[in-house]
Design a protein around this ligand. Structure first.
Ligand SMILES: *[C@@H]1O[C@H](CO)[C@@H](O)[C@H](O)[C@H]1NC(C)=O
Ligand SMILES: *[C@@H]1O[C@H](CO)[C@@H](O)[C@H](O)[C@H]1NC(C)=O
Ligand SMILES: *[C@@H]1O[C@H](CO)[C@@H](O)[C@H](O)[C@H]1NC(C)=O
Ligand SMILES: *[C@@H]1O[C@H](CO)[C@@H](O)[C@H](O)[C@H]1NC(C)=O
Length: 321
């Protein structure tokens, strides 16, 4: 087991677990309402509705008894589900901050921001992954080597597009699930990041095992479902827009109060704290924490407080990409 952090999160964990409030993954931004589209029919996994009635009508990490072995496809044992996102800012700007006049920075900021398109990866927090931590905030990884996918051996493009007919998903992932220097998948392409994320995290989800699928199982059905679900959850957590609603936009000319960024994101996450990561004082990662009721593909995601303290200072840069 690995611990990302030590003492600080234990206090936060205690607080988070003291007040379980069943809520669905829905949030309001202005008049818009974003609700996770968890259409069960998209995923051919076991029906958990009977199991989830009665004593097992609980979110992960909140059960008071053991889950019967035969029901393991309907309850995630390592039940902290995190949808993680990158803000891969352009590090060149960090160097410019101290060496460029305020006037020149303002001009550059205008130029950079006006070059952002509406549906551009530049104005999007891109996908890092979907992780399942243990209830105490620690995590396991690479849990099931026999289930791993290999770009070299299996050709993930081939599996997605030719075997599963998921050309649209493939296109979306190619645009928004991007490798970068922060990913720990060095000198590699986007597909290597997808391979890494499923092998490291997806193989640790007990509700994603092949036995949880109904009908004739095709090898890597769980892998492709993992990718589809990750993209679906991410689509409902548009961090850039969440921040923009509060006037928090990428800037070369000002720093934001971490507390303001946290408040903006909590508003979009049922009031729960969202993890904000910084690299050299500038925002570079966002993690949304949840508990889960049911199967990882069809279950209900409940926002919970972050179990990891922010790595940012009281004032943060939010630099353009
Ligand atoms: C909740 O369920 C998990 C999975 O069966 C089990 O490991 C854990 O001990 C259970 N918690 C309690 C308090 O029984
Ligand atoms: C980062 O910003 C610099 C300065 O504007 C620019 O020359 C460079 O192309 C940018 N890098 C990327 C990857 O966009
Ligand atoms: C810019 O200057 C501040 C204050 O002197 C310093 O703390 C910071 O590390 C510098 N940033 C960079 C990127 O050099
Ligand atoms: C992987 O599959 C794609 C889609 O079928 C194909 O275009 C590509 O040539 C394959 N790559 C290799 C290395 O075989």
């Amino acid at each position: 087991m690995l611990f990302k952090t030590l003492a600080p999160f234990i206090a936060i964990l205690g607080a988070a677990q003291a007040a379980p409030t069943p809520l669905s993954l829905s949030c309001s931004i202005g008049s818009e309402s974003l609700v996770a589209a968890t259409s069960s029919s998209e995923y051919s996994v076991v029906d958990c509705s009977t199991f989830l009635q009665g004593q097992f009508d609980v979110f992960s990490c909140h059960n008071t008894t053991e889950i019967p072995a035969g029901e393991s496809c309907c309850f995630e044992n390592w039940g902290v589900l995190m949808q993680t996102q990158f803000w891969d800012y352009n590090a060149t700007y960090l160097d410019l901050l101290n060496s460029t006049s305020p006037e020149d920075l303002a001009t550059l900021e205008q130029q950079v921001l006006s070059s952002y398109g509406d549906d551009d990866a530049k104005s999007t927090f891109t996908i890092h992954g979907l992780w399942n931590d243990l209830c105490d905030g620690s995590f396991n990884q690479y849990c099931n080597p026999s289930l791993e996918i290999s770009q070299a051996k299996d050709n993930i493009t081939h599996v997605m597009v030719d075997v599963f007919g998921e050309a649209d998903l493939y296109k979306k992932m190619s645009t928004y699930w991007l490798n970068n220097v922060k990913s720990n998948v060095e000198n590699a392409g986007n597909i290597d990041l997808w391979e890494h994320e499923y092998n490291k995290h997806g193989t640790c989800m007990n509700t994603l095992l092949p036995k949880c699928f109904t009908g004739a199982y095709t090898r890597f059905e769980n892998t492709i479902s993992f990718y589809k679900k990750t993209v679906e959850l991410w689509s409902n957590l548009p961090t850039y827009q969440f921040l923009q609603q509060f006037g928090i936009t990428p800037s070369l000319t000002k720093q934001y109060k971490l507390a303001d960024v946290q408040a903006a994101l909590a508003q979009a996450h049922d009031g729960k704290e969202v993890y904000i990561g910084c690299l050299k004082g500038a925002i570079d990662e966002i993690w949304y924490y949840h508990n889960l009721k049911g199967n990882v593909l069809t279950g209900e995601y409940q926002p919970i407080d972050s179990l990891t303290p922010s790595t940012c200072g009281d004032y943060v840069y939010y630099l353009p990409k």
